[in-house]
Each structure stands twice: as structure tokens, then as C-alpha cells.
Design a protein around this ligand. Sequence first.
Ligand SMILES: NC(=O)c1ccc[n+]([C@@H]2O[C@H](COP(=O)([O-])OP(=O)(O)OC[C@H]3O[C@@H](n4cnc5c(N)ncnc54)[C@H](OP(=O)(O)O)[C@@H]3O)[C@@H](O)[C@H]2O)c1
Length: 263
Amino acid sequence: MNVIVITGASDGIGAEMARQWAGRGKDVALVLAARSVDKLEAVATECKSRGAQVLVQRCDVGVQADCIALVDAALKAFGRIDTFVNNAGMSAHATFEDVTDLTWYETLMRINHWGSVWCTHAALPHLKKTQGRLVAVASLAGLVGVPGRTAYSATKFAMTGFFEALRVELQNSGVSVTIAYPGVVATEIRYRGFNAAGQAAGKSGLDESGAMSVEECARLIVQGTEARQRDIVMSTKGKLGRWLKLIAPGMVDKMALKALNKH
Ligand SMILES: NC(=O)c1ccc[n+]([C@@H]2O[C@H](COP(=O)([O-])OP(=O)(O)OC[C@H]3O[C@@H](n4cnc5c(N)ncnc54)[C@H](OP(=O)(O)O)[C@@H]3O)[C@@H](O)[C@H]2O)c1
């Protein structure tokens, strides 16, 4: 049995990864976690129809006890964990000077970074037993600082640092660490993300033209995970930006500014 736990599986990239993994044979067992149980149940129905066994678990990754309970539930249902995907996340868009109350900066760090740390801490002993796969869905904003995204970029840089360091610690354990760096993917994440006042933005602050499809993004992560790929840097611009940052950082700043929605 191949037991795959996915956080943030009720929508977007996480739900699509679940659907794609569900189509990969009868021995796949999925543990789908997020806060919205009704949406998880709908994803679970689709996954079951593709042949996978599915457990739905309500989990707010911003609460450590929920992360521990998620791992416990997966073990109770299926007895093992082969892959753990830290995908749950929120977005945010605001110029730092426009923010008066920084409370939501902490909330964002709690969900995107601490949620991944808490889940990974609980899952790791079990991944070691299966020589399994650990996955972190970071962002290109976790490789390059993006204007208007001081909060979000900080959470994703934190994830990048954490998982890069952990990868080296785990190099003789048989557990692989794959970090995915999506660019702009066509989901609702930016509409739900925080604005300067810490409320749901209701609009995207990025230029959405040319966004990658959810299917393509999920496919790259699923395949990269299976292949135990180290990093999955998405889009040509993302790959280029990574190297350009070393030799012409001013150009990367200009590229990052251009990605902002002027309207
Ligand atoms: N879309 C992009 O352009 C893009 C680009 C780079 C990186 N990413 C990263 O990719 C990941 C998935 O993003 P997406 O675009 O698929 O977003 P999405 O469509 O908004 O889905 C986010 C998922 O995370 C869950 N989630 C949010 N807060 C949570 C919490 N506190 N506890 C548990 N689950 C929570 C949501 O479910 P509930 O609300 O039901 O909890 C939902 O299932 C995120 O980490 C994001 O930062 C996305």
C-alpha cells in the first residue's frame, strides 16, 4: 500500500494532486486534510471513484495538536505513511507600509511555515520506517523576495530554509525531501489571501495572464515526488530568476515588480 497524506487537499493544487494520485492504481490510500470537511468529502468521492482508499481528516495546520492528530489518524486507518505533502497554505498581498496591525503576519507564518514544521515533526518517524517521501510546496516567492509580499515571501523562505536543512540531515535515512516552487498557478488562493487589513483580498494582486494550470502544477509535483526530485522549480522565468539572482540581482527585482498587477 502507498499511503499519501496531503494537507490543503480540499481545493486547488492539493485537491488536484489527490485526484491524480488516486488514478495511479488500487494500492493508493489517500489521507486528505484541510479545515473544510464538506469540500474534502467531495474530493474524496472523486478519488474513491478512481480506485483509491480515502480518509478525510479535519485539520487546521496552524494548530499543532491538529497536525499530530492528522498523523495519528493516518496511522490508525492505514498503519503506515509513505508520502507526506505539506501543501496547505494561504496567500497575502500588501505593501508593508500599508499594514497597521501585523497580527496576520504571524497567522500566515503559523499556517505556511509552522504548519509544515508541526506536520513534519509528527510524520517523520513514520516516514523513516517506510523510507518515504517528504514534500514541501513552497513558492517562487520562497526563492526571490517579491514586492507586495513581504509576509508571504517570508513564510515561503522559512519553508525553503527548513526543508533544505532537513534534507541534508536526512540524507542517510532513506527519506527524500522534495521542495516544489510553483509560480503563478490558476487557483483561488490570491482571492482568499490577506489584504493589508488582514481580510480576504477578494482580488488578485498579480498579473494572472499566463498562469500555469492546476493540472500541470499538480502533475509536476506528483511526478517529482515519485522520482524523489530534489527541487521542482516551475516556469522558465522561475528557473532563470534563480540563477539571475546570483549574477544580476537588479534584473530580478525588475522582473518581480513587473509581475505585480498594476490595476
Ligand atoms: N496558486 C499559486 O499560484 C501558488 C503559487 C506558489 C505556491 N503555491 C502554494 O501552493 C499551496 C496550495 O495553494 P493553492 O493555490 O492550491 O491554494 P488554494 O486553492 O487556496 O488551496 C489552499 C488549500 O489549503 C488549505 N488551507 C488553508 N489554510 C489552512 C489551514 N490553516 N489548515 C489546513 N488547511 C488549510 C485550504 O483548505 P481549507 O480552507 O478548507 O482549510 C485549501 O485546501 C500553498 O501552500 C500555496 O502557498 C500556490
